[in-house]
Write a protein that binds this ligand. Structure first.
Ligand code: AMP
Length: 487
């Protein structure tokens, strides 16, 4: 199938062409005709499937040929990163089709409230917003959504997880009843279905099976004690052909420690966490996209919605809390059918989560042996809960799991007890020998890699967009946008 089989206008097709998309992804194949046909829709689709373009393309087509003189489209998203990401995609397509957009989000230290207010007062075709911040603006009375035609909820499950349900309903109650509503969610728990029932009318359903990482991702698990993680990370960085890597950690406090250790090892790295201002985060992300750093270390905040192309490796420094988060994190690599590798470090406390992931992705993830000289890692015991509960051993040594003590891991299992070793912040004092290497050149500026990216993301092509009023960041008035479940 090609994009020209849809009933899209030539300017939109040119935009698609300019983005380098040759053929529609499965979610696009299904969603685009339905959206063009004015249907409400509920779609179970994860990040990395092309879901953003699946709704943006038909909406841009309608907007740029619909002569709307008002804000016709509202896209609600959980995080400012996703808001900016979508805004950038609108800009990419909007270069050829005449469409304007504003991103409205909270949580920035600098006060951009007035800038957002001006942009909202002037109006735009599409508003992309985090719920808390939009609600604050709505309360002031200058946002005109009374003629809205299209509402999109993107990553609806994440919005509900972040506690936005009330805000969402308050916003939706202010919208015209006659509208097209599209709901995208990576998972479909009961609460999403309930929400869908409240706000969608006779929706078409798209279900791209269970959220599963793309086929091209080489997924691996290493069973490690915490004190083996940094040495293992270093080993992998030296062994593998790593062009660009994101390391996810569940704990915000780990980010700086991992970055510091990587810099000491001679790699270029930068951290991103909610402790940083919006500007700092953007600079770090931009530096990574510009290949100033080989590695970015992030909390869960980056696992959804951030579009970084050509990412060769994702490392879960710790096992994500939820199986869905695993899928989201792993989805950072092998986007739109390139290949990539996703490596997960699983300590003895997190093993019970492995089976949840494997059930969700309907695939067993190979458990690879620790390298020679690492000493033993923990034995695979997925039945064991970290609360010290009894070991149930539900098929922990399944054939083919690679986690069997009889399998290749046993070779390294020289002793039963956990080896004493460094904590995370003692990575230099590790009990194993480091491979010989030539450190990569580091940027000037001491412990933390220097950041010199443009950062703001506002350096945009001037297009034939109308009213291109940038919302920009905002003051810290959106507390919920700061809410990160895992950091
Ligand atoms: P998303 O799932 O919306 O986060 O998109 C994932 C990535 O796939 C983004 O980098 C998109 O630019 C890219 N993408 C979306 N649709 C296509 C397509 N039809 N062909 C190639 N790449 C695409």
């Amino acid at each position: 199938m090609t994009f020209s089989s849809f009933n899209l206008h030539d300017d939109v097709l040119t935009g698609i062409n300019s983005m380098g998309y040759n053929s529609p992804t499965p979610v696009q194949e299904q969603a685009i005709p339905l959206i063009l046909d004015q249907k409400d829709m509920i779609a179970c689709a994860q990040t990395g499937t092309g879901k953003t373009a699946a709704y943006l393309l038909p909406l841009i087509d309608k907007i740029s040929h619909g002569n709307f003189e008002h804000t016709s489209t509202l896209i609600l998203v959980p995080t400012r990163e996703l808001a900016k990401q979508i805004d950038e995609q609108v800009e990419g397509f909007g270069y050829f089709a005449s469409v304007s957009s504003i991103a409205i989000y909270g949580g920035n230290k600098g006060d951009d409230w007035d800038q957002q207010k001006r942009a909202l007062t002037t109006g735009a075709d599409i508003i992309i917003a985090t719920p808390g911040r939009l609600l604050s603006h709505l309360a002031m009375g200058y946002v005109k959504l009374d003629q809205l035609n299209h509402l999109v909820l993107d990553e609806a499950d994440k919005m509900l997880d972040m506690g936005f349900m009330d805000d969402l309903l308050k916003i939706i109650n202010q919208l015209p009843k006659q509208r097209q509503t599209l709901l995208f969610s990576a998972t479909m728990p009961r609460k999403i279905r309930d929400l869908a029932q409240q706000i969608l009318q006779d929706p078409a359903e798209i279900n791209l099976a269970v959220a599963k990482p793309a086929e091209g991702i080489d997924q691996r698990i290493y069973l490690t004690y915490d004190n083996q993680k940094l040495p293992l990370l270093e080993h992998l960085l030296r062994e593998l052909d790593v062009q660009s890597m994101i390391i996810f950690t569940s704990r915000k406090s780990n980010v700086n420690q991992i970055v510091r250790s990587l810099l000491k090892m001679g790699f270029t790295a930068e951290g991103i966490s909610s402790d940083m201002t919006q500007d700092e985060r953007e600079k770090a992300l931009q530096g990574f996209k510009n290949k100033q750093y080989q590695i970015v270390v992030a909390t869960d905040i980056l696992s959804r919605g951030i579009d970084i192309d050509s990412l060769s490796h994702v490392v879960n420094f710790d096992m994500p809390q939820d199986a869905e988060d695993y899928v989201h994190r792993v989805g950072r690599t092998a986007r739109a059918s390139s290949t990539g590798m996703a490596i997960t470090f699983v300590n003895e406390k997190d093993m019970y989560r492995v089976q949840k992931v494997e059930r969700l992705i309907e695939r067993e993830v190979p458990k690879l042996p620790l390298p020679e000289d690492f000493g033993p890692g923990p034995a695979y015991d997925p039945g064991k809960r970290h609360d010290g509960g009894s070991s149930r051993h539900r098929g922990g040594n399944r054939p083919g799991s690679g986690g069997s003590d009889k399998g290749h891991r046993s070779k390294h299992h020289r002793g039963g007890s956990k080896p004493a070793g460094p904590r995370l912040d003692e990575g230099n004092n590790r009990p194993i020998k480091a491979a010989n290497h030539t450190p990569r050149p580091r940027p000037e500026g001491g412990d933390k890699a220097a950041v010199s990216g443009e950062g703001s993301g506002d350096k945009r092509r001037k297009s034939n967009n109308r009213n291109r009023n940038r919302g920009g960041g905002a003051s810290g008035q959106g507390p919920k946008e700061e809410n990160q479940p895992a950091s």
